[in-house]
Design a protein around this ligand. Structure first.
Ligand code: SAM
Ligand code: SF4
Length: 430
């Protein structure tokens, strides 16, 4: 979501005549789009702002803007903590940034917190897309869940869905511009539509079907879904829509029902595992990814062992693993029994080792298969090779001849825990 917000910020700045500088020293305007999901991004921002302060001292006319979730979380403190910051704005206020930066000759409104009263979709703004053939499509903003560890609901607000007609119009326009792959975006993407009028076909499965019907869209992805909202019509739509990819992100967070309850995730270990099995049974060749947090308050060795068991049982193709990071203002930050750092770190090492072994086994089973790959560019590790992604969302480095944006077939020859490698099928035949 932040990457997408950054594209909108870039597009909007270009629209008011600002181009990208090659380095911060050369920039007249510095915009930081921040994340505050864990402590690490906060610490990194502090270092970046230290540099920005030095640049501002050299050239006081330079404008420093801080946007995104950190700015929203710190709205009462940001100007006292960082007095050199000119403009700050929350994630729902991106559409107003141009005004605050002085577009239209009004001058920069310095030290004004640019939080608009009304949150607005950034989706209607111009975009600076990294690749012409892939696009994010925001379908909702905010989140109505109350996961005990998570800062998102307080910085991005309650869930608001975009109207289906508006979303499909955007997808149709993107297809006409040559976009082949879209990723539908929402903090809780598959609960989309609950706040809209029921007569508008406001069920996420319906939205997948409507996007699938748009000519030219070859691949549809969506992130991040919540296990509680994978109802049967959604599973059926994934299975039946040709463009919807065989990849589902199914955030587990913990394999212990006791911890899941404390996290307020609203599912048990058994319900989660049954859902994963149902998805695999309904969608042939499905790849399943996940998010896991270790060291949530009160997590015992037995709870953690259950998380390891679920990783083995579900057999994830990929996983993002996080050390629990207390966020001020969340329920979990106030809980007793915070897990000591050394225990969290020892657990995450064991988890990462297992996740890598399981993912490597899953990837190894693709060796010998021919996968459809959307070419993204040159391999990051070998400039003589190309790089792309399979429908199952695995990165492939391969020998071939194709341009970014082309769909090619690649015969898979080798695998690691995160990537596949192979040779373009036409070249194999030749
Ligand atoms: N809405 C998505 C869901 O429900 O799974 C997740 C969105 S959140 C931005 C991405 C991931 O960050 C979460 O799935 C969780 O694993 C992780 N996360 C959130 N808060 C965290 C915290 N306080 N400490 C560690 N990881 C956290
Ligand atoms: Fe955070 Fe996701 Fe839970 Fe919403 S559903 S509170 S975004 S973890």
């Amino acid at each position: 979501m932040n990457a997408h917000d950054s594209e909108r910020i870039k597009g909007m700045l270009e629209d008011i005549g600002l181009g990208e500088a090659s380095a911060p020293d050369d920039a007249d305007v510095l915009v930081f789009n921040t994340c505050t999901i864990r402590e690490k991004p906060d610490t990194r921002l502090a270092a970046h702002l230290g540099n920005a302060k030095a640049l501002k001292e050299r050239d006081p006319e330079r404008v420093v803007a801080v946007g995104g979730c950190y700015a929203e979380a710190q709205r009462d403190r940001i100007f006292s903590q960082y007095p050199f910051v000119d403009v700050a704005f929350g994630p729902g206020s991106i559409p107003h940034l141009a005004e605050w930066l002085g577009a239209g000759g009004h001058g920069v409104s310095r030290s004004a917190f640019g939080i608009a009263e009304e949150r607005r979709f950034a989706a209607t703004l111009p975009t600076h897309r990294e690749r012409s053939f892939q696009a994010w499509v925001q379908v909702s903003m905010g989140c109505n869940s109350k996961c005990a560890y998570c800062i998102v609901p307080s910085v991005r607000g309650r869930e608001v869905s975009r109207r289906p007609g508006e979303i499909v119009a955007e997808v149709t326009r993107l297809a006409s511009e040559g976009v082949k792959e879209i990723t539908l975006l929402g903090q809780n993407v598959n609960s989309w539509g609950r706040d809209l009028r029921p007569d508008l076909d406001t069920e996420f499965g319906e939205l997948l079907r409507a996007c699938d019907a748009v000519d030219g869209i070859e691949r549809i992805r969506f992130t991040s879904p919540h296990p509680k909202d994978f109802r049967d019509p959604v599973i059926a739509a994934i299975a039946e829509c040709a463009a919807v990819c065989e990849h589902v992100h199914l955030p587990l967070q913990s394999g212990s029902t006791r911890i899941l309850k404390a996290m307020r995730r609203t599912y048990s270990r058994e319900r989660y595992v049954a859902l994963a099995a149902k998805l695999r049974a309904s969608i042939p060749d499905l790849a399943v990814g996940t998010d896991i947090i270790v060291g949530f308050p009160g997590e015992t060795e037995t709870d953690f062992a259950e998380t390891l068991e679920v990783v083995e049982e579900v057999g994830y193709d990929s996983a993002y693993t996080f050390v629990y990071s207390p966020r001020a203002g969340t329920e979990a930050a106030e809980m007793p029994d915070q897990v000591p750092d050394e225990v969290k770190h020892e657990r995450i090492e064991r988890l990462v080792e297992l996740v890598q072994r399981v993912a490597a086994e899953r990837n190894l089973s693709r060796v010998g298969a021919v996968e459809e790959v959307l070419v993204e560019g040159t391999s990051r590790t070998d400039a003589a090779k190309l790089r792309g992604r399979t429908r199952r969302n695995t990165t492939v480095n391969f020998v071939g001849a194709a341009a970014p944006g082309e769909l090619v077939h690649v015969e898979i020859h080798a695998a690691s825990s995160t990537t596949l490698s192979g040779r373009q099928a036409a070249l194999v035949a030749a």
